[in-house]
Design a protein around this ligand. Structure first.
Ligand code: ADP
Ligand code: ADP
Length: 226
């Protein structure tokens, strides 16, 4: 079943920059898709369009992650993870993870149980009462991932999430993310300019080129996943 279907997407910013053109992409439920390409080729633009956060100048977008009528990332069955973890410094780890559920008026006991379960998934349940400043960069990213998972999305959109982390931490997070993907069956769309990372993680790599951003090639990767 298709969860993301883009046809002939063109996006021209009002500055005149033609960011992407003729982009068509079909993502099946449960896939791990990476989008790779040089800086400025339109990866973030594309991801924002999938998220319903940006409009487009031509083409069509169908997202089957949640309520078709709701746009944005609150009720639409999708979550977004950015490079800078943007945790709220005055809230505990637990309260950061429950925040998306609080915004959706999920009762306290229920949202804390859900948050703890996600914190367990990223190995940080012992840090529920800690504050973000007490955590390393990798741990903050794990909290952001837990927060993104808290609302139980079907689609997880990640924009260069590990780009600011040292290589060891990135490798650890790569394999943790793969475990989460396998355990939850979630669909992931992962933007990176690191081809090795894309090949390691993905079932499908979408390679883009710039000026304007277009898909150069889509490569299916066969992994010896258990
Ligand atoms: P990438 O994520 O691959 O680095 P982006 O999607 O950020 O690429 O950018 C694609 C092109 O669109 C670039 O030329 C960039 O300068 C331009 N662009 C991105 N965001 C905006 C914006 N808000 N306004 C105008 N131009 C933009
Ligand atoms: P485990 O579950 O034992 O951590 P995985 O099968 O998930 O192992 O991962 C295999 C190994 O690949 C891990 O040691 C991980 O650190 C490493 N790895 C992580 N990211 C990358 C990458 N981008 N390229 C190559 N190897 C990677």
């Amino acid at each position: 079943r298709s969860i993301v279907k883009l046809k002939g997407i063109r996006k021209q910013y009002n500055t005149g920059v033609l960011a992407i053109d003729h982009v068509s992409l079909d993502i099946q439920e449960g896939e791990f898709v990476s989008i790779v390409g040089p800086s400025g080729c339109g990866k973030s633009t594309l991801l924002r369009i999938i998220a319903g956060l940006g409009d487009y100048s031509a083409g069509s977008v169908e997202i089957a992650s949640g309520d078709a009528k709701s746009k944005g990332s609150r009720d639409s069955g999708l979550s977004y993870v950015f490079q800078d973890a943007t945790l709220m410094p005055w809230r505990t780890v637990l309260d950061n993870v429950t925040l998306p559920l609080a915004l959706r008026k999920v009762p306290k006991a229920e949202r804390e149980a859900a948050a703890l379960e996600k914190l367990k998934m990223v190995g940080l349940e012992k840090y529920a009462d800690a504050y973000p400043r007490q955590l390393s960069g990798g741990m903050k990213m794990r909290v952001s991932i837990a927060r993104a998972l808290a609302s139980g999305p079907k689609l997880l959109l990640m924009d260069e999430p590990f780009g600011a982390l040292d290589e060891m931490t990135r490798y650890r997070l790569n394999s943790e993310l793969l475990h989460i993907w396998k355990d939850t069956g979630i669909t992931v769309v992962f933007v990176t300019h690191n081809v090795q990372e894309a090949v390691f993680l993905s079932t499908k790599v979408v390679a883009m080129r710039a000026h304007p951003g277009r898909i150069r090639e889509i490569v299916a990767i066969d992994h010896p996943y258990p």
